[in-house]
Design a protein around this ligand. Structure first.
Ligand code: NAX
Length: 330
Protein backbone atom coordinates (compact mmCIF):
# COMPACT_ATOMS: atom_id res chain seq x y z
CA UNK A 1 0.00 0.00 0.00
CA UNK A 2 1.16 3.55 -0.72
CA UNK A 3 2.24 5.91 2.07
CA UNK A 4 -0.23 8.73 2.65
CA UNK A 5 0.43 12.09 0.98
CA UNK A 6 0.01 15.19 3.16
CA UNK A 7 -2.02 17.91 1.47
CA UNK A 8 -2.39 21.41 2.88
CA UNK A 9 -5.49 23.43 1.99
CA UNK A 10 -5.43 27.01 3.26
CA UNK A 11 -8.67 28.96 3.58
CA UNK A 12 -10.24 25.55 4.18
CA UNK A 13 -13.29 26.97 5.96
CA UNK A 14 -14.19 29.02 2.87
CA UNK A 15 -16.45 28.05 0.02
CA UNK A 16 -13.77 26.70 -2.35
CA UNK A 17 -12.21 24.80 0.55
CA UNK A 18 -15.57 23.21 1.35
CA UNK A 19 -15.93 22.01 -2.25
CA UNK A 20 -12.29 20.95 -2.57
CA UNK A 21 -11.57 18.83 0.50
CA UNK A 22 -14.13 16.09 -0.30
CA UNK A 23 -12.69 15.76 -3.81
CA UNK A 24 -9.23 15.23 -2.36
CA UNK A 25 -10.44 12.81 0.32
CA UNK A 26 -12.36 10.76 -2.25
CA UNK A 27 -9.30 10.29 -4.46
CA UNK A 28 -10.31 12.56 -7.33
CA UNK A 29 -7.05 14.47 -7.09
CA UNK A 30 -4.40 11.79 -6.65
CA UNK A 31 -6.20 8.62 -7.63
CA UNK A 32 -8.25 5.86 -5.98
CA UNK A 33 -5.24 4.06 -4.46
CA UNK A 34 -3.52 7.06 -2.86
CA UNK A 35 -4.24 7.61 0.87
CA UNK A 36 -4.17 11.23 2.00
CA UNK A 37 -3.82 13.24 5.20
CA UNK A 38 -5.48 16.66 5.02
CA UNK A 39 -3.97 19.71 6.70
CA UNK A 40 -6.59 22.44 6.92
CA UNK A 41 -5.58 26.01 7.74
CA UNK A 42 -7.76 29.02 8.36
CA UNK A 43 -7.65 32.12 10.57
CA UNK A 44 -8.95 32.31 14.17
CA UNK A 45 -12.35 33.90 13.33
CA UNK A 46 -13.04 30.83 11.15
CA UNK A 47 -11.69 28.26 13.63
CA UNK A 48 -15.06 26.93 14.72
CA UNK A 49 -16.30 26.62 11.19
CA UNK A 50 -13.03 24.91 10.22
CA UNK A 51 -13.61 22.38 12.97
CA UNK A 52 -17.07 21.76 11.51
CA UNK A 53 -15.44 20.91 8.18
CA UNK A 54 -13.17 18.46 9.97
CA UNK A 55 -16.19 16.86 11.66
CA UNK A 56 -17.92 16.43 8.31
CA UNK A 57 -14.81 14.88 6.78
CA UNK A 58 -14.79 12.32 9.57
CA UNK A 59 -18.53 11.74 9.15
CA UNK A 60 -18.13 11.08 5.43
CA UNK A 61 -15.93 8.06 6.27
CA UNK A 62 -13.72 8.43 3.20
CA UNK A 63 -11.67 5.21 2.95
CA UNK A 64 -8.60 7.06 1.64
CA UNK A 65 -8.59 9.73 4.35
CA UNK A 66 -5.97 8.78 6.96
CA UNK A 67 -6.12 11.92 9.07
CA UNK A 68 -7.23 15.53 9.33
CA UNK A 69 -5.22 18.31 10.95
CA UNK A 70 -7.39 21.43 11.36
CA UNK A 71 -5.48 24.41 12.70
CA UNK A 72 -5.03 28.17 12.73
CA UNK A 73 -1.29 27.76 13.23
CA UNK A 74 0.63 28.32 10.01
CA UNK A 75 3.72 26.37 11.05
CA UNK A 76 1.73 23.35 12.22
CA UNK A 77 -0.29 23.41 9.03
CA UNK A 78 2.79 23.43 6.79
CA UNK A 79 4.68 20.69 8.61
CA UNK A 80 5.76 17.90 6.23
CA UNK A 81 3.19 18.69 3.55
CA UNK A 82 3.85 17.26 0.09
CA UNK A 83 1.26 19.39 -1.69
CA UNK A 84 0.01 22.84 -0.70
CA UNK A 85 -3.14 24.38 -2.17
CA UNK A 86 -3.28 28.01 -1.17
CA UNK A 87 -6.92 29.12 -1.25
CA UNK A 88 -6.85 31.45 1.77
CA UNK A 89 -6.48 35.13 1.24
CA UNK A 90 -7.91 38.54 1.87
CA UNK A 91 -10.90 39.25 -0.37
CA UNK A 92 -11.48 42.57 -2.09
CA UNK A 93 -14.23 44.37 -0.23
CA UNK A 94 -16.38 47.20 -1.47
CA UNK A 95 -14.55 50.49 -1.60
CA UNK A 96 -11.10 48.90 -1.28
CA UNK A 97 -8.35 49.95 -3.65
CA UNK A 98 -6.49 47.27 -5.57
CA UNK A 99 -3.30 48.14 -3.74
CA UNK A 100 -4.96 47.71 -0.33
CA UNK A 101 -5.97 44.15 -1.25
CA UNK A 102 -2.49 43.59 -2.66
CA UNK A 103 -0.86 44.75 0.52
CA UNK A 104 -2.96 42.39 2.71
CA UNK A 105 -2.20 39.43 0.47
CA UNK A 106 1.48 40.21 0.12
CA UNK A 107 1.87 39.98 3.89
CA UNK A 108 -0.15 36.72 4.08
CA UNK A 109 1.86 35.10 1.26
CA UNK A 110 5.16 36.28 2.68
CA UNK A 111 4.44 34.65 6.04
CA UNK A 112 3.08 31.43 4.55
CA UNK A 113 6.03 31.25 2.13
CA UNK A 114 8.53 31.18 4.97
CA UNK A 115 6.54 28.54 6.84
CA UNK A 116 6.44 26.33 3.74
CA UNK A 117 10.12 27.05 3.09
CA UNK A 118 11.09 25.82 6.55
CA UNK A 119 8.56 23.12 7.38
CA UNK A 120 7.10 21.57 4.23
CA UNK A 121 8.38 18.23 2.90
CA UNK A 122 11.20 18.30 0.41
CA UNK A 123 9.91 18.77 -3.13
CA UNK A 124 6.56 20.21 -1.97
CA UNK A 125 4.36 21.23 -4.91
CA UNK A 126 2.45 24.47 -4.41
CA UNK A 127 -0.68 25.72 -6.17
CA UNK A 128 -1.90 29.25 -5.43
CA UNK A 129 -5.63 29.78 -6.01
CA UNK A 130 -6.27 32.96 -3.99
CA UNK A 131 -6.31 36.24 -5.90
CA UNK A 132 -4.32 37.95 -7.20
CA UNK A 133 -3.21 34.37 -7.91
CA UNK A 134 -0.21 35.00 -10.17
CA UNK A 135 1.25 37.70 -7.97
CA UNK A 136 0.57 35.83 -4.72
CA UNK A 137 2.49 32.90 -6.24
CA UNK A 138 5.35 35.21 -7.18
CA UNK A 139 5.57 36.57 -3.63
CA UNK A 140 5.49 33.01 -2.32
CA UNK A 141 8.40 32.15 -4.62
CA UNK A 142 10.41 35.18 -3.47
CA UNK A 143 10.03 34.30 0.21
CA UNK A 144 10.58 30.54 -0.07
CA UNK A 145 14.17 30.53 -1.31
CA UNK A 146 14.73 26.80 -0.72
CA UNK A 147 11.70 25.77 -2.78
CA UNK A 148 12.59 25.49 -6.48
CA UNK A 149 10.57 27.80 -8.72
CA UNK A 150 9.40 24.77 -10.73
CA UNK A 151 7.44 23.72 -7.63
CA UNK A 152 5.36 26.92 -7.47
CA UNK A 153 2.33 27.53 -9.69
CA UNK A 154 -0.98 29.35 -9.81
CA UNK A 155 -4.42 28.29 -10.97
CA UNK A 156 -5.55 29.22 -14.49
CA UNK A 157 -7.00 25.76 -15.10
CA UNK A 158 -10.47 27.07 -14.25
CA UNK A 159 -10.15 29.58 -17.10
CA UNK A 160 -8.82 26.77 -19.32
CA UNK A 161 -11.77 24.54 -18.44
CA UNK A 162 -14.18 27.43 -19.02
CA UNK A 163 -12.71 27.85 -22.51
CA UNK A 164 -13.12 24.12 -23.21
CA UNK A 165 -16.72 24.36 -22.02
CA UNK A 166 -17.53 27.34 -24.26
CA UNK A 167 -16.05 25.66 -27.34
CA UNK A 168 -17.90 22.39 -26.63
CA UNK A 169 -21.23 24.18 -26.15
CA UNK A 170 -20.80 26.18 -29.35
CA UNK A 171 -19.70 23.19 -31.43
CA UNK A 172 -22.32 20.88 -29.91
CA UNK A 173 -19.71 18.29 -28.93
CA UNK A 174 -18.72 16.63 -25.70
CA UNK A 175 -16.22 18.66 -23.68
CA UNK A 176 -14.00 15.58 -23.55
CA UNK A 177 -13.57 15.87 -27.35
CA UNK A 178 -12.05 19.36 -27.08
CA UNK A 179 -8.43 19.95 -26.12
CA UNK A 180 -5.44 22.26 -26.34
CA UNK A 181 -7.03 25.62 -25.72
CA UNK A 182 -4.57 27.94 -24.00
CA UNK A 183 -4.94 30.56 -21.30
CA UNK A 184 -2.06 33.02 -21.57
CA UNK A 185 -1.02 35.38 -18.82
CA UNK A 186 -2.82 36.64 -15.75
CA UNK A 187 -5.81 35.07 -14.00
CA UNK A 188 -7.71 38.32 -14.49
CA UNK A 189 -9.81 39.91 -17.20
CA UNK A 190 -6.65 40.58 -19.28
CA UNK A 191 -6.01 36.83 -19.70
CA UNK A 192 -6.00 35.66 -23.31
CA UNK A 193 -8.04 32.51 -24.03
CA UNK A 194 -6.55 31.25 -27.32
CA UNK A 195 -8.21 28.65 -29.58
CA UNK A 196 -5.76 28.89 -32.47
CA UNK A 197 -4.11 25.54 -31.65
CA UNK A 198 -7.14 23.83 -30.11
CA UNK A 199 -8.67 20.76 -31.72
CA UNK A 200 -11.91 18.78 -31.63
CA UNK A 201 -11.92 15.00 -32.01
CA UNK A 202 -14.44 13.95 -34.67
CA UNK A 203 -15.19 10.65 -36.39
CA UNK A 204 -12.64 11.66 -39.04
CA UNK A 205 -9.95 12.42 -36.47
CA UNK A 206 -8.79 15.69 -34.91
CA UNK A 207 -9.87 18.92 -36.58
CA UNK A 208 -8.88 22.50 -35.70
CA UNK A 209 -11.55 24.31 -33.70
CA UNK A 210 -11.63 27.00 -36.38
CA UNK A 211 -12.55 24.36 -38.98
CA UNK A 212 -15.55 23.20 -36.94
CA UNK A 213 -16.71 26.54 -35.54
CA UNK A 214 -16.48 28.60 -38.72
CA UNK A 215 -17.41 31.82 -36.93
CA UNK A 216 -14.20 33.78 -36.51
CA UNK A 217 -16.08 36.83 -35.25
CA UNK A 218 -17.33 34.77 -32.29
CA UNK A 219 -13.97 33.09 -31.67
CA UNK A 220 -12.11 36.42 -31.73
CA UNK A 221 -14.83 38.31 -29.87
CA UNK A 222 -17.54 36.96 -27.59
CA UNK A 223 -15.70 33.70 -26.89
CA UNK A 224 -12.75 35.62 -25.45
CA UNK A 225 -14.81 38.06 -23.41
CA UNK A 226 -17.13 35.33 -22.12
CA UNK A 227 -14.17 33.39 -20.71
CA UNK A 228 -12.51 36.54 -19.37
CA UNK A 229 -15.74 37.66 -17.66
CA UNK A 230 -17.04 34.27 -16.56
CA UNK A 231 -16.09 34.79 -12.92
CA UNK A 232 -18.17 37.97 -12.82
CA UNK A 233 -21.10 36.21 -14.53
CA UNK A 234 -21.07 33.48 -11.86
CA UNK A 235 -21.06 36.10 -9.09
CA UNK A 236 -24.00 37.86 -10.72
CA UNK A 237 -25.97 34.62 -11.00
CA UNK A 238 -25.05 32.95 -7.72
CA UNK A 239 -24.31 36.01 -5.58
CA UNK A 240 -21.20 34.06 -4.66
CA UNK A 241 -18.02 33.47 -6.62
CA UNK A 242 -17.19 30.21 -8.42
CA UNK A 243 -16.55 27.41 -5.98
CA UNK A 244 -17.38 23.96 -7.34
CA UNK A 245 -15.71 24.70 -10.68
CA UNK A 246 -12.71 26.28 -8.95
CA UNK A 247 -12.30 23.25 -6.68
CA UNK A 248 -12.68 20.81 -9.55
CA UNK A 249 -10.12 22.71 -11.64
CA UNK A 250 -7.65 22.82 -8.75
CA UNK A 251 -7.95 19.01 -8.64
CA UNK A 252 -7.32 18.81 -12.39
CA UNK A 253 -4.25 21.04 -12.02
CA UNK A 254 -2.63 18.93 -9.31
CA UNK A 255 -3.64 15.60 -10.87
CA UNK A 256 -2.09 16.44 -14.23
CA UNK A 257 1.02 17.92 -12.59
CA UNK A 258 1.60 14.82 -10.44
CA UNK A 259 0.31 12.05 -12.70
CA UNK A 260 1.08 13.62 -16.11
CA UNK A 261 -0.88 15.05 -19.04
CA UNK A 262 -2.19 12.65 -21.70
CA UNK A 263 -0.05 12.29 -24.82
CA UNK A 264 -0.68 15.08 -27.32
CA UNK A 265 -2.45 17.25 -24.75
CA UNK A 266 -1.35 20.38 -22.98
CA UNK A 267 -3.08 22.27 -20.18
CA UNK A 268 -2.72 25.82 -18.85
CA UNK A 269 -0.76 26.52 -15.66
CA UNK A 270 0.58 29.73 -14.19
CA UNK A 271 4.33 29.09 -13.91
CA UNK A 272 7.56 31.05 -13.50
CA UNK A 273 8.38 32.58 -16.87
CA UNK A 274 11.76 32.00 -18.47
CA UNK A 275 11.19 34.35 -21.40
CA UNK A 276 9.32 31.74 -23.49
CA UNK A 277 7.03 33.26 -26.15
CA UNK A 278 8.60 36.67 -25.67
CA UNK A 279 7.10 37.11 -22.19
CA UNK A 280 9.34 38.92 -19.67
CA UNK A 281 11.09 36.47 -17.36
CA UNK A 282 10.45 36.61 -13.62
CA UNK A 283 6.65 36.63 -13.77
CA UNK A 284 4.18 33.91 -12.90
CA UNK A 285 2.49 33.71 -16.30
CA UNK A 286 -0.02 31.17 -17.60
CA UNK A 287 1.39 29.03 -20.41
CA UNK A 288 0.50 25.82 -22.22
CA UNK A 289 2.37 23.06 -20.38
CA UNK A 290 2.77 19.32 -20.61
CA UNK A 291 3.55 17.33 -17.46
CA UNK A 292 5.51 14.12 -16.97
CA UNK A 293 7.31 12.59 -13.99
CA UNK A 294 5.86 15.26 -11.68
CA UNK A 295 7.30 18.18 -13.66
CA UNK A 296 5.77 20.67 -16.07
CA UNK A 297 7.41 21.88 -19.26
CA UNK A 298 6.26 24.87 -21.28
CA UNK A 299 5.09 23.62 -24.67
CA UNK A 300 7.30 25.38 -27.21
CA UNK A 301 7.10 26.34 -30.85
CA UNK A 302 3.46 27.36 -31.29
CA UNK A 303 2.95 30.10 -33.85
CA UNK A 304 1.68 33.40 -32.44
CA UNK A 305 -0.12 35.69 -34.89
CA UNK A 306 -0.29 39.46 -34.59
CA UNK A 307 -3.71 39.46 -32.88
CA UNK A 308 -2.45 37.00 -30.26
CA UNK A 309 0.88 38.80 -29.83
CA UNK A 310 -0.85 41.97 -28.68
CA UNK A 311 -2.94 40.02 -26.20
CA UNK A 312 0.05 38.07 -24.79
CA UNK A 313 1.85 41.39 -24.30
CA UNK A 314 -1.10 43.19 -22.71
CA UNK A 315 -1.60 40.57 -20.01
CA UNK A 316 2.19 40.45 -19.41
CA UNK A 317 2.18 44.23 -18.96
CA UNK A 318 -0.52 43.91 -16.30
CA UNK A 319 1.58 41.32 -14.45
CA UNK A 320 4.64 43.58 -14.58
CA UNK A 321 2.54 46.32 -13.04
CA UNK A 322 1.13 43.99 -10.35
CA UNK A 323 4.65 42.85 -9.50
CA UNK A 324 5.79 46.44 -9.06
CA UNK A 325 2.75 47.16 -6.87
CA UNK A 326 3.45 44.05 -4.77
CA UNK A 327 7.08 45.10 -4.21
CA UNK A 328 5.90 48.50 -3.03
CA UNK A 329 3.81 46.70 -0.40
CA UNK A 330 6.75 44.72 0.99
P1 NAX B 1 -13.93 32.51 0.93
O1 NAX B 1 -13.92 33.91 1.42
O2 NAX B 1 -15.17 31.70 0.98
O3 NAX B 1 -12.79 31.68 1.68
C1 NAX B 1 -11.52 32.17 1.93
C2 NAX B 1 -11.07 31.61 3.24
O4 NAX B 1 -9.71 32.02 3.46
C3 NAX B 1 -11.89 32.09 4.45
O5 NAX B 1 -12.31 30.98 5.22
C4 NAX B 1 -10.88 32.96 5.22
O6 NAX B 1 -11.10 32.93 6.62
C5 NAX B 1 -9.58 32.29 4.84
N1 NAX B 1 -8.39 33.10 5.07
C6 NAX B 1 -8.25 34.45 5.03
N2 NAX B 1 -7.00 34.80 5.36
C7 NAX B 1 -6.33 33.66 5.59
C8 NAX B 1 -5.00 33.38 5.98
N3 NAX B 1 -4.13 34.36 6.20
N4 NAX B 1 -4.64 32.08 6.13
C9 NAX B 1 -5.53 31.09 5.94
N5 NAX B 1 -6.80 31.30 5.58
C10 NAX B 1 -7.20 32.57 5.41
O7 NAX B 1 -13.37 32.60 -0.57
P2 NAX B 1 -13.43 31.52 -1.74
O8 NAX B 1 -14.64 31.75 -2.54
O9 NAX B 1 -13.20 30.17 -1.16
O10 NAX B 1 -12.19 31.98 -2.63
C11 NAX B 1 -10.88 31.86 -2.17
C12 NAX B 1 -9.91 32.58 -3.08
O11 NAX B 1 -9.91 32.01 -4.39
C13 NAX B 1 -10.23 34.07 -3.29
O12 NAX B 1 -9.03 34.80 -3.21
C14 NAX B 1 -10.76 34.10 -4.70
O13 NAX B 1 -10.59 35.35 -5.30
C15 NAX B 1 -9.93 33.04 -5.36
N6 NAX B 1 -10.41 32.47 -6.62
C16 NAX B 1 -9.49 32.13 -7.56
C17 NAX B 1 -9.82 31.49 -8.72
C18 NAX B 1 -8.78 31.08 -9.69
O14 NAX B 1 -9.15 30.55 -10.75
N7 NAX B 1 -7.49 31.28 -9.47
C19 NAX B 1 -11.24 31.22 -9.06
C20 NAX B 1 -12.13 31.19 -7.87
C21 NAX B 1 -11.83 32.22 -6.80
O15 NAX B 1 -12.46 33.42 -7.15
Amino acid sequence: AKDPVRILVTGAAGQIGYALVPLIARGTMLGPDQPVILHLLDIPPAAESLNGVKMELIDAAFPLLRGVVATTNVVGACKDVNIAIMVGGFPRKEGMERKDVMSKNVSIYKEQASALDQYAAENVKILVVANPANTNALILKEFAPSIPEKNISCLTRLDHNRALGQVAERAGVSVSDVKNVIIWGNHSSTQYPDVNHAVITTQEGEKPVRAIIADNAWLDGDFITTVQQRGAAIIKARKLSSALSAASSACDHIRDWVLGTPKGTWVSMGVYSDGSYGVPSGLIYSYPVTCAGGEWTIFQGLSIDEFSRAKLDATAAELVEEKAMAYLCL
